[in-house]
Design a protein around this ligand. Structure first.
Ligand SMILES: *[C@@H]1O[C@H](CO)[C@@H](O)[C@H](O)[C@H]1NC(C)=O
Ligand SMILES: *[C@@H]1O[C@H](CO)[C@@H](O)[C@H](O)[C@H]1NC(C)=O
Ligand SMILES: *[C@@H]1O[C@H](CO)[C@@H](O)[C@H](O)[C@H]1NC(C)=O
Ligand SMILES: *[C@@H]1O[C@H](CO)[C@@H](O)[C@H](O)[C@H]1NC(C)=O
Length: 359
């Protein structure tokens, strides 16, 4: 009998996940609601150790699961959430949808996580089976997470505007109602270039703010919107270069548009800050788009134009988060600043974090 009990209890111990944190209470999920969200996407590695944890409220982990990050975030009162992505055609059927949600909530529980960030960037036609499946998926995921993990957070990533950007014709109003918050990806705003095929800002100010006006005109509660700003930019090789400094780029069609930012390469703020110093032009400022850029020549003699965001371009966006009463701000992604322990880098990274809170 004794041996039988020992056998049984060892099975049970093996099946329940052991808390990996130094203190067991750090495995408890976060329940408090904070007034202002600072929502960070983490893509892996250990640079999270250099985040400004006095402002971080949620970390969406898009890299490998890192128990050390979970324990640390909890010690700072910050949530850690899973990434959720699935082929929408697979979850049209209720049975498959429930199976997907059950798998995710069990994964979150076994890793002591505080919710899920649903990142489905697929093209969807209005009224299609996938259109309804997506709305149902968000609603059912939220219900399940809230029930199974009290205090958990379910968020959904949306493009910079709800107007079928990149053919994502979703039921934005119902999706917003059905989850805790929408993370608005106010970047990649040149994914569909309809006019001249030229290099432009990743997140021009006026266009960015128009996106929020459109979400709000759908009667979405401003407290459901988190503004996502880019901590990366685009490097475009120029086909030719006008007298005024306009860089023409090759035509790369995307979801119905003849040209796209896919003609460029995404570069981290860390790379950009190094490159701008050895550029032809130095940092330039575009008044119309309210964004910095520069030109440089590569080793083969090819001229490039780089568009990016820095504290000066982020600051008016962060101010509008406050003036519009949005839920908060966040970035893609937290890892790509220069976190070396060196004075210039430290100062530069601190300024990027602080810009999130306004000017
Ligand atoms: C259910 O999901 C699986 C993948 O998880 C997929 O292969 C299958 O086709 C789906 N079934 C239906 C009916 O959509
Ligand atoms: C640059 O190339 C584009 C596209 O090929 C063309 O429309 C434009 O006129 C050219 N501009 C200059 C200054 O050569
Ligand atoms: C770039 O130049 C600025 C101003 O000249 C200087 O303060 C900074 O240290 C340089 N940054 C790097 C990464 O070399
Ligand atoms: C971190 O953010 C707080 C505001 O929440 C700010 O007061 C502090 O100076 C920042 N820390 C650093 C190292 O910049």
């Amino acid at each position: 009998m004794f041996w039988f009990h020992l056998f049984l209890s060892s099975i049970l111990v093996c099946r329940a996940t052991v808390c990996p944190c130094e203190r067991p209470e750090l495995c408890q999920q976060i329940r408090e609601e904070r007034d202002f969200e600072v929502f960070v996407f983490d893509v892996g590695g250990k640079t999270w150790k250099s985040y400004n944890w006095s402002m971080v409220t949620t970390v969406a982990t898009f890299g490998k699961y890192d128990a050390e990050l979970m324990c640390y975030a909890h010690s700072k009162g910050a949530r850690v959430v899973l990434k959720g992505d699935v082929h929408l055609s697979y979850v049209v059927q209720q049975y498959n949808r429930t199976a997907w949600i059950t798998e995710k909530v069990n994964l979150a529980k076994s890793q002591f996580m505080d919710g899920i960030n649903i990142d489905i960037e697929q093209a969807v036609d209005e009224g299609s089976p996938e259109y309804y499946a997506l709305t149902d998926l968000v609603k059912e995921t939220t219900e399940t997470f809230h029930r199974e993990i009290p205090g958990s957070q379910v968020s959904f990533d949306v493009a910079w505007s709800p107007n079928c950007i990149d053919k994502r014709c979703y039921d934005y109003a119902t999706i917003a109602e059905s989850c805790d918050l929408l993370f608005v990806m106010s970047y990649d705003e040149q994914s569909q270039i309809m006019g001249d095929c030229i290099a432009m800002a990743n997140a021009p100010l006026t266009q960015t703010l128009n996106g929020y006006a459109q979400f709000l005109s759908l009667k979405i509660d401003p407290k459901k919107l988190v503004m996502g700003v880019p901590w990366y930019g685009y490097d475009y090789p120029c086909l030719n270069f006008s007298q005024e400094g306009v860089c023409f780029i090759i035509e790369v069609p995307f979801r119905g548009a003849p040209c796209s930012d896919a003609a460029g390469t995404q570069k981290t703020y860390k790379w950009i800050m190094k490159q701008v110093n050895s550029s032809l032009s130095g940092r330039l400022w575009d008044d119309k788009q309210q964004a910095p850029y520069f030109n440089y020549k590569d080793q083969k003699g090819q001229i490039h134009q780089v568009w990016y965001d820095d504290p000066q371009s982020i600051c008016p966006k962060a101010e509008s988060v406050k003036s519009k009463g949005l839920r908060g701000i966040g970035m893609w992604n937290g890892n790509i600043l220069d976190y070396r322990d060196e004075a210039v880098a430290r100062q530069q990274s601190a300024m990027m974090w602080n810009a999130l809170l306004g000017c």
